[in-house]
Design a protein around this ligand. Structure first.
Ligand SMILES: Nc1nc2cc(Br)ccc2s1
Length: 252
């Protein structure tokens, strides 16, 4: 996968040189480039923002630098490309935004299958809307929110998305089995985990986990997922009858 990031704080992404994603880059599984938006300005102050039309507090990111930065990354196109099948296979351009669609594990899985992702990190009051509108006509553009809160910029959101997406790319995580039983992979929150010692500060590991009875362990873990999800994220539970949430029939 190729990942391009545009930001006025490229140094923010230095952390992507280390750990799991750093190793994935060294292994050639992820090809990542960070671009400084200010490199696409031409005035003495490398200006990237200006006051908002219609008034209001704060500043808005100017469209020109974004246009030049994205032109340098996205494949060249002309009007005849509009609506062609190629447009559906070009890079996905993602702008983190509080006004975006909710980022989910399902979206991470979907985006992990893409060959090329381009992330645009907004700052201030956001990016001039015409940038989204213009490039929507040239490819797939998505406004994506991590949650109902406002950050100072898109960089933290892009880091989170790249981690969630990158770890799903085949070969990035050593043991793909570890990706299966995680929160949200099966739509529910994950069960609690324990390791040695069997007793710690008077707290014992649930006996079923020491029983060696794999069916009972699977049933207990499934019930823990259901109980946890019902307690803190009832919105994730299937709307219809919970019958299909019962432990697997063979787990007696
Ligand atoms: N939750 C989020 N807040 C923000 C703020 C800015 Br400014 C840019 C992107 C995002 S995503």
């Amino acid at each position: 996968m190729r990942i391009d990031i545009i930001s006025i704080f490229p140094e923010f992404f230095g952390v992507l040189d280390i750990s799991l994603l750093g190793r994935a880059r060294q292994a050639g599984l992820i090809d990542l480039a960070v671009h400084n938006l200010r490199d696409f300005t031409h005035d003495r102050h490398n200006t990237v923002d200006d006051t908002p039309y219609g008034g209001g507090a704060g500043m808005v990111m100017k469209p020109e630098p974004w246009g030049e930065a994205l032109d340098s990354i996205l494949p060249a196109t002309d009007e005849t490309d509009a609506g062609t099948p190629e447009r559906a296979t070009g890079p996905v351009l993602i702008f983190p935004s509080p006004a975006g669609e909710q980022f989910t594990q399902a979206m991470a899985r979907e985006l992990a299958r893409e060959p090329h992702l381009v992330f645009g990190c907004g700052r201030y009051e956001g990016i001039d809307q015409r940038v989204v509108d213009h490039f929507a006509g040239r490819g797939r553009v998505r406004l994506v929110s991590l949650g109902d809160y406002v950050l100072n910029g898109g960089e933290v959101a892009v880091m989170a998305m790249i981690e969630a997406i990158g770890r799903l790319i085949p070969g990035v995580v050593g043991n793909p089995e570890s990706l299966v039983e995680e929160s949200h992979e099966d739509g529910l929150l994950e069960y609690p985990s324990y390791t040695k010692p069997a007793s710690w500060r008077g707290l014992d590991v649930p006996p079923v986990l020491l029983s060696g009875n794999h069916g009972a362990i699977a049933a207990w873990r499934r019930q823990q997922q259901i109980d946890r999800t019902r307690a803190v994220r009832p919105d994730l539970l299937p709307a219809e009858d919970d019958a299909d949430l019962q432990p697997p029939a063979n787990s007696k």
